[in-house]
Design a protein around this ligand. Sequence first.
Ligand code: WQD
Length: 342
Amino acid sequence: MTNILLTGGAGYIASHTAVSLIEAGLQPILLDNFINSSPKVLDRLERLTGVRPILIEMDVLNTAGVTQVLRDHHIQAVVHFAALKAVGESVTMPLEYYHNNVVGLINVLQAMRAADVKHIVLSSSATVYGEHNVSPYKENSTLSATSPYGESKVMMEHIIRDVAKADLTLRYAMLRYFNPVGAHPSGLIGEHPRGIPNNLMPYIQQVAVGLRDKLSVFGNDYDTTDGTGERDYIHVMDLARGHVLAVQHLLSGKDSITTNLGTGQPVSVLHMVKAFEAVSGKAIPYQFAPRRAGDIACFYADPSLSQHILNFHTEFNIDDMCRDAWNWQRQNPNGYETEQPN
Ligand code: WQD
C-alpha cells in the first residue's frame, strides 16, 4: 500500500482529499494538532469509505516527531495542508502565521530530508497573486501579498522551490487554490469554521440553517456584472481530485509543477446567494455593507495549465456546490459535534 501523509489531515480540504486518495487506492495517514479541526471526522471517513485512516495528533513544528512518523509509516509523499488561513486574523497575529505556516513548512521539509521522503504537494492559494495581476491569473504572474497570510504562502512557495534547486531529487506540486466551497455529496464531511465564518459560503450556510440572521454583502459598487465581488469557486471534491492527480503525477516520476486549481469561471456574491436559495429552498436575507478591506473586485483562474499537465477538469458547477454545502449544513448544524446524520 502506498502511504501518503496529510498534515492538517483532519481539516476541511484534507479530509475530502483523504476520501479521494482512498478511492484511488492510496492510503492517507492523517497528522493534525486539531487547532482548527476535530478528530471526530474519523468516524465519518470510516462510514464514508469503509477505511478508518490512521490519525496522529501532532504539531508539524515537532520535527523529530514528524520524522519518526515519516519513517514508521514508510511515507511516499507528503501533502502539506497544515497552516493558519484567515486573512484578517493574520493581520492581527503575524507572528503566529509566520511561525505556523513558514516555520511549520521548514520543519516538515527538514523531517522529509531526514527520512528521505522526496515528494511534497503544497496547499497554496490564489492569494499569492496579490492585487496587481489581471484575471485570469496565470502561473507565471508576479507574486505578491496583501496580508501576512498571503506573504506566508509566497514564502512557502519560494522555500520549496529553493530547496528543490539544492536537492534535485526533491519534487513538488504546488497547488494554488481559488475559492474552495461545498462538501462531499453524502453530507458526512464538510466545512465547519470556528466562530463567525470569514468566507462567503459557510456564512450563507449558517444563514440558511438559522445560525445567522442575514448576510452582509461587502460592497455592491464594484466594476462587475452586478456590482458585487466575483470569485472562482471550486467544489471541494474537484479540489480533492486535483490533489490525487498531483500525488500520482509525482509518484509516477514526473517533473515538479506549480499550478492553479480553479474553474476559470467568476461568480458574483449575488449570483451565489440566488443559486443557494434556488437549490436549498431557503431565503438568504442580505444587506449591502461597505467593501471589506483588502478585497478586490474580481479574480479567477486560467485553468489551462492544470488541464494540460494533470488532465484536471472540474466536474461540479455552482448548483452542485450549493446543493452539497446545504446538504452538509442542514445535517450538521454543529459540525462534527452533531450526532451522526442518518
Ligand atoms: C468571497 C466574496 C467577499 C463574506 C479568501 C482568502 C483566500 C482563500 C479563500 C485561503 C468576496 C464576499 C464574503 C461575507 C461577502 N483562503 N463576502 N460577505 O476573500 O475571495 O478569499 O478565502 O486560502 O486566501 O482571501 O473569499 O469567501 O471571504 O469572499 O460579501 O460575509 O464574498 O467580499 O467578494 P476570498 P471569501
